[in-house]
Design a protein around this ligand. Structure first.
Ligand SMILES: Nc1ncnc2c1ncn2[C@@H]1O[C@H](COP(=O)(O)OP(=O)(O)OP(=O)(O)O)[C@@H](O)[C@H]1O
Ligand SMILES: [Mg+2]
Length: 178
């Protein structure tokens, strides 16, 4: 992108284990954009709950969502593009994050429950227990066409996922991505 192009923020969304952190980091590196882990905005009480296998409710998620929202707005206000990993499971959360802006783009990592469960099972050193997958899937409201998500299938190697996202992004922005 040229320096004059408007800044863009990609919100990498999907359930726990869909690959948000992995894909988001690789994508940000490839684009030379800032990466932010959305989970880092959870207050300690939320992390403790999730570690204990207790699903978060809307009230738990409110302070986290406000921080994610602020990060996106600050990035754009500074003229910086970025990538944030954020489950954004519900439409109301996404509407708050996108806030009608064309340059806040959802990237939805979608895959089968079996594949996600197997990735969670073999993942090490993460606070999210695999048992929370059912509650994540129950909370998930998949993005609707009106939300214009970039769809990315997770049943392919990460480099292929990145290429697919870059391709869709270039079409969306009308400019080749580096
Ligand atoms: N395309 C892929 N192929 C193989 N393994 C993958 C792929 N994508 C992600 N993984 C692996 O799946 C696991 C889950 O990925 P990751 O931790 O990035 O998910 P997440 O969406 O950030 O989860 P959480 O919401 O719990 O933070 C990791 O061990 C990661 O290395
Ligand atoms: Mg993650």
């Amino acid at each position: 992108m040229t320096a004059r192009a408007p800044p863009t923020v990609l919100v990498i969304m999907g359930v726990s284990g869909s690959g948000k952190t992995t894909v988001g980091k690789a994508l940000a590196k490839r684009l030379g954009w800032t990466f932010q882990e959305g989970d880092d905005f959870h207050p300690p009480a939320n992390i403790a709950k999730m570690k204990a296998g207790i699903p978060l409710d809307d009230a738990d998620r409110a302070p986290w969502l406000a921080k994610v929202q602020a990060w996106i707005s600050d990035q754009l206000a500074e003229g910086e593009s970025g990538v944030i990993a954020c489950s954004a499971l519900k439409r109301t959360y996404r509407d708050a994050l996108v806030d009608g802006r064309d340059n806040v783009i959802l990237v939805y990592l979608s895959g089968s429950k079996a594949l996600i469960a197997s990735r969670l099972k073999s993942r090490r050193g993460h606070f999210m227990p695999p048992a929370l997958l059912d509650s994540q899937l129950a909370a998930l409201e998949a993005p609707e066409p009106l939300e214009k998500p970039i769809m990315d299938a997770i049943d392919q190697p990460i480099p292929a996922q990145i290429e697919a996202i870059l391709h869709a992004l270039a079409e969306r922005l009308g400019a080749p991505m580096t």
